[in-house]
Design a protein around this ligand. Structure first.
Ligand SMILES: [Mn+2]
Length: 357
């Protein structure tokens, strides 16, 4: 596996490539053209500039997170082919730039959903948190203002004001879309993009829905083992793969994370590894990465990745805000660096245990 950190680009991120370069064991970043809108064609010039900037800092651009999918594609509206054509052009240009991993999600309207961006923990650190009761008390348009208010001036991925300004229209778009229809729209999209992925050896890695259940009555399908296996089988091509995000699948305590990882051998192209601490089945917070700080056994998760021969990029995903850092919620430097180091430590121990057995 290759340890990476997500990086939003020098115009948007509070963390610099030079800082990332100094985290031991981190050799690459996962990045994106953060200023682009879903449905837009990415310019070759911009892709190459991003890659060059990262390489000049001594790091590798290990993949893109995300190339966002336009709502017309997810909702399956009559104009979706135009947006799929744009997506294909972007993939072509990424492939020509020697980029072979693309993370995306297929969540209607909202990207990941949290009800607090800075819950204070007993040690004074702040974390992202979720309470079902808080979501149930909100209307969707209030959800956006509450997120925006807590974001401290940063624009959170998936919560861009341009999109959220049209939230009522977005909801109307999905009025007749249920889980089955969403699966069909995903299949249509994947079948159309697989030829370009085959040509340029691009691994598509779908990110799970977060939380892994329906919010505000919107359909959500990338939530559990049965659905993710259905998704990989319905377009049975190794380039149609998965981002395994322990923090997202883990929101549903019925998901057996190591078992899911083992069932995805050969299709698991990218891993987000982080822990959650459940205070009740409907209230969780994003704890430190250590097993002892949360609900999941992180050793078991890393062992499952090792057992399936996982060799793709991995990243510590969100971190707590510690040591007074000001950054995009979840994306500070310090706690993600601690997370990367911890995960690298687990991996080294697992590797050595196996090679000496
Ligand atoms: Mn994730």
């Amino acid at each position: 596996m290759q340890m990476t950190l997500r990086w939003y680009g020098s115009k948007y991120d509070t963390v610099t490539l030079q800082q990332i370069r100094q985290i031991p064991g981190v050799t690459g970043v996962i990045s994106t053209l953060y200023g682009t809108a879903p449905g837009e064609v990415w310019e070759t010039e911009d892709i190459l500039a991003l890659k060059k900037e990262i390489e000049n800092a001594g790091l590798i651009l290990a993949g893109i997170e995300s190339v966002n999918v336009h709502d017309a594609i997810k909702a399956g509206t009559p104009d979706r082919d135009k947006y799929i054509d744009n997506y294909i052009t972007t993939l072509e240009r990424l492939g020509q730039a020697d980029i072979h991993l693309v993370c995306y999600n297929f969540m209607p309207v909202f990207d990941w959903t949290r009800t607090e961006l800075a819950r204070v923990r007993p040690d004074g650190s702040t974390v992202l948190a979720y309470t079902q009761e808080a979501v149930d008390a909100l209307r969707p348009e209030e959800m956006f203002s509450s997120i925006e208010k807590d974001a401290g001036g940063t624009v959170l991925p998936g919560w861009e004001p341009e999109r959220m300004g049209h939230i009522k229209e977005l909801f109307a778009l999905y009025r007749d879309v249920d889980d089955e229809k969403l699966f069909a729209n995903l299949k249509y999209f994947l079948e159309r993009i697989m030829p370009v992925c085959d040509k340029y050896d691009i691994n598509m890695a779908i990110h799970p829905d977060d939380p892994a259940w329906s919010v505000f009555g919107l359909p959500r399908i990338i939530i559990n083992k049965a659905n993710i296996l259905r998704m990989t089988k319905m377009v049975d091509n190794p380039h149609n793969g998965v981002t395994f995000c322990s923090g997202s699948y883990g929101t549903n305590l019925e998901n057996d994370l190591p078992d899911m990882i083992r069932s995805l051998k050969g299709r698991l192209h990218f891993a987000h590894v982080r822990n959650l601490k459940f205070n009740s089945p409907t209230d969780f917070e994003e704890s430190a990465h250590l097993s002892s700080d949360g609900t999941f056994d992180m050793y078991d998760i890393m062992l499952a990745l090792y057992d399936i021969g996982f060799d793709g990029p991995i990243r510590p995903d969100h971190g707590r805000m510690i040591w007074g850092e000001q950054a995009m919620p979840g994306y500070g430097l310090y706690d993600r660096a601690l997370g990367a180091t911890y995960l690298n430590g687990l991996w080294e121990a697992i590797e050595k245990q196996h090679s000496r057995a």
